[in-house]
Write a protein that binds this ligand. Sequence first.
Ligand SMILES: CC(C)(COP(=O)(O)OP(=O)(O)OC[C@H]1O[C@@H](n2cnc3c(N)ncnc32)[C@H](O)[C@@H]1OP(=O)(O)O)[C@@H](O)C(=O)NCCC(=O)NCCS
Length: 186
Amino acid sequence: MVRRPRKALFGRRPAPPPPVGLAIAAPVGHDTSRSERYLVLRRPMDAPVPASPVPEGITFAPITADDATAVHALLKAAYDDRFGSVPESALTWWKDLMLDSEYDSNLAVTAKFDGEIVGFCLCWTSSFVKDIAVDARFRGHGLASALLAQAIEALRRRGADEIVLKVHVHNAIAQRLYRKFGFAQE
Ligand SMILES: CC(C)(COP(=O)(O)OP(=O)(O)OC[C@H]1O[C@@H](n2cnc3c(N)ncnc32)[C@H](O)[C@@H]1OP(=O)(O)O)[C@@H](O)C(=O)NCCC(=O)NCCS
């Protein structure tokens, strides 16, 4: 049975209006499918990182094989085939991840609440943010910000001088998250 989060972690803000006036840039990274619908955002490593405290009760840990099914389910639900894509099978997703030459377990971080996976952030070693997702029950409380801040720090320690990502043109909430951290179109 799925345990309910503490009341303080409930609550979602209404979705913002869709972004306007944004040009669509060329794709980079692994995924070239449906690239015309994505913006490429870049962030110099020396851009300021906003204060991003880890929400109460949340712990971070590198992903393990035991987490694969839950993380895959989180991504499937979060992207909903609109703002990202994930293989149908959790096993395929996990195998692809483990075989990827740009995978590093230190860049694949789960967020747990009472032992349940409620957030995930994956970066490639090429300094590309591949996935960031938060369980819908836990959104709006700074969890993605905390995950992104730790990912930026992990990439900074690897010596990266910039970070790149792609975001769907209609994913206004994610775009606000990224712009808050200094990501901008090239
Ligand atoms: C995008 C996502 C990861 C944000 O997770 P979150 O934990 O709710 O984000 P945070 O609480 O850390 O909020 C960070 C910023 O995002 C923006 N934001 C978050 N929720 C918002 C909302 N409902 N309305 C407007 N802006 C919002 C704000 O800029 C916020 O900063 P602020 O609190 O200082 O204003 C989450 O909505 C999600 O999992 N979405 C589906 C998966 C997805 O689209 N991933 C990104 C793929 S590129």
